[in-house]
Design a protein around this ligand. Structure first.
Ligand SMILES: [Zn+2]
Length: 437
């Protein structure tokens, strides 16, 4: 199946400059071509990829700077624009602004980007307009490259290969009967119905740790506190304050933005690492993985906020903190789906309404907001079962996922969804709340 492999390129100063230049040319071609498409659209006409390609070749005679970029990278830009316009509609496709765009360009033809291994640690790739560029072979390429995208992330340039790795999704998961529910913990990033806590703070060490009480102090106010050390969080907040004072367009502001980018890049990489490790363990151990559906919970949270006793979660996961949690959660789902292609696991999503208030004991299932004794403790008001609140919620999520019937694991679908499943948000017996007496 197709997969991505990303490596850091070792550009010299000159190559870095021309990469910046090529990306800028691609950006302006994107913006000009988009403007042209919109102009045609305004007078109810249409211009397509083929015609724009022809005009681009013509424009190269008048604007020699267009030739600074490799021809195929420019064509690919037009092709990407074409795809974007088809998918989203010409008027909704975004301009690539200098601040909001990550510089990148793509080489679509494998023949023009040959890769050679130099030794166990290093390889090199030939890029048109660049010549041979070395990159650290941090992991084997594991197949033939189909295409390559060169992009800058912070101060460094990277190359991402699209690789056919020759593997396929197994017919069935190695442990076919296994199932797990996964809940977003309040303190730890993810909690399973088997009582496993995936903690992002220890993501680099082992991926899993036992439950720890929440941290307090300045670190709490920084984004993704779990991914930053207290010192880093401190620095982040200091930079934020400095940014607020810096004048727009000043050199000082640019410096602060760059420094913030370094911190945020660290967060991004740690989060990706955590997601990859958690996804690896979950897909290896379970054939059926049930997650909570975020959008549904968002709706129920605002709705139940008006009730007499709003769920404890409404306050805990509010505002920006919650938005950040949601973002990380989506990343985990993406990572799970990617890994599930190799193990044959099925990823399911269920509405998370009332999972934090429902008793997970098989014979009970009572829904009562009062059962949620505190952030960490769930004590059922009906049967008296005591459980860690997040584990209880994860168990409810698993029950909901299984109530929809058995899953067909394996290669039913590339995405690993249930075969014949139209919507991931089906309602089950436990989905409807039973009123607490
Ligand atoms: Zn109970």
């Amino acid at each position: 199946m197709l997969t991505g492999r990303r490596y850091r390129l070792e550009f010299d100063a000159g190559q870095r400059l021309s990469a910046e230049r090529i990306a800028a040319v691609c950006r302006s071609v994107w913006n000009t071509a988009l403007e042209q498409r919109r102009a045609y659209r305004r007078r109810s006409a249409f211009i397509g990829y083929a015609e724009q390609c022809r005009q681009l070749a013509e424009a190269k005679k008048d604007f020699p700077w267009l030739a600074e970029a490799p021809a195929q990278a420019l064509q690919q830009t037009l092709k990407d624009l074409d795809a974007a316009c088809r998918r989203h509609g010409t008027c909704k496709v975004r301009w690539k602004t200098r601040t909001r765009w990550r510089p990148s360009f793509r080489f679509p033809t494998p023949k023009q980007i040959p890769v050679q291994t130099i030794n166990r640690r290093w390889a090199r790739v030939f890029l048109p307009k660049f010549g041979w560029v070395r990159f650290r072979l941090s992991r084997p390429l594991g197949g033939a490259a189909r295409s390559a995208t060169v992009s800058r992330d912070g101060a460094h340039w990277f190359i991402a290969f699209l690789v056919e790795d020759g593997q396929s999704t197994p017919d069935a998961h190695a442990r076919p009967e296994t199932a797990v529910g996964v809940d977003r913990g309040v303190v730890t990033a993810a909690v399973t119905s088997d009582g496993e806590f995936f903690d992002r703070r220890h993501a680099t060490a082992c991926g899993v740790s036992s439950f720890e009480p929440p941290e307090t102090g300045t670190a709490d106010r920084a984004p993704d506190r779990g991914y930053l050390s207290p010192g880093e969080a401190e620095r982040y907040l200091r930079l934020q304050r400095r940014l607020a004072r810096a004048r727009k367009g000043s050199a000082r502001r640019r410096r602060v933005v760059r420094a913030l980018g370094v911190v945020m890049g660290r967060v991004r990489r740690r989060r990706a690492d955590f997601n990859a490790q958690a996804a690896h363990r979950l897909t290896r151990d379970y054939a059926h993985i049930v997650l909570e559906d975020l959008n549904v919970r968002g709706m129920t949270a605002s709705a139940s906020g008006t009730a007499a006793a709003p769920g404890a979660r409404v306050a805990q996961k509010s505002g920006l903190n919650r938005a950040i949690l949601d973002k990380g959660w989506y990343g985990l789902e993406v990572a799970l789906r990617a890994k599930a292609r190799y193990t044959g696991s099925v990823i399911d999503k269920v509405p998370a309404a009332y999972t934090s208030q429902t008793c997970s004991a098989p014979a009970c299932g009572r829904v009562d907001a009062k059962s949620r004794e505190s952030q960490a403790v769930f004590r059922c008001t009906a049967c008296g079962q005591v459980e860690h609140a997040d584990v209880n919620a994860a168990k409810c999520i698993k029950i909901k996922g299984q109530a929809a019937g058995p899953v067909v694991s394996g290669r039913g679908d590339l995405g690993g969804a249930r075969v014949g499943e139209a919507s991931s948000t089906r309602s089950t017996a436990r989905g409807a709340p039973r009123a607490a007496a």
